[in-house]
Ligand binder design. Structure first.
Ligand code: ZN
Length: 151
C-alpha cells in the first residue's frame, strides 16, 4: 500500500499522541482518503473486510480518529453518520461541495464541478456563503433496478 503524504502526516500525528500506527488505522485512513467523500461506517467496514479487518476493529479505530480530531463525523440530512478525513484547507475561501444522496441505497456522490460553487452562489443571492449542498433523489443504479423489476 503506497502511503500518501496526507497519510504520512496523519501517521506522524497519531504517533505524536503516543499511539501506534496500526495496520487497521492505516487502512481506515487510506480508505477515507481514496474515497474522497464522506463514508458511513458500514461502507468503510465493507471496503476493509477483504483486507481481513473486523467491523468492530474498523469502528474502534474510526472512533479513535474522530476523538483525535483527524476525522469529521457528519450527518447530511439522511440520518446516517458519515466520516471523512479533516480537510487541510488551502489558502483562500473553501469551495462549496455538492453531493447527491440516493434515497434508495444511501449512496453519496460528489457532483461539483469547478463552476458549481460560483453558479450556486450566483443563483442563490442573499443566503450567505454556501459551503456545502445536498441534492436528494434516486441514483442511476437504483433507477435501473426499479425499471428492470418492472410493473
Ligand atoms: Zn441508489
Amino acid at each position: 500500500m503506497a502511503k500518501s503524504q496526507r497519510g504520512s502526516q496523519l501517521a506522524d500525528q497519531i504517533r505524536g499522541t503516543g499511539r501506534r500506527m496500526t495496520k487497521a488505522r492505516q487502512a481506515v485512513i487510506a480508505c477515507l482518503e481514496s474515497a474522497g467523500l464522506p463514508l458511513t461506517h458500514k461502507q468503510i467496514a465493507r471496503a476493509l473486510r477483504e483486507q481481513g479487518f473486523e467491523q468492530t476493529t474498523v469502528w474502534r479505530n474510526l472512533m479513535m480518529l474522530v476523538e483525535l480530531g483527524m476525522v469529521h463525523r457528519r450527518e447530511l440530512g439522511d440520518h446516517l453518520w458519515r466520516y471523512e478525513l479533516v480537510r487541510v484547507e488551502a489558502a483562500g475561501p473553501a469551495l462549496a461541495v455538492v453531493y447527491f444522496s440516493c434515497l434508495s441505497c444511501s449512496g453519496l456522490t460528489p457532483v461539483s464541478t469547478e463552476a458549481t460553487p460560483t453558479l450556486l452562489q450566483q443563483s442563490l443571492p442573499g443566503v450567505g456563503r454556501i459551503s456545502e449542498a445536498l441534492l436528494r433523489g434516486v441514483c442511476c443504479d437504483c433507477a435501473k433496478a426499479v425499471e428492470r423489476s418492472g410493473p
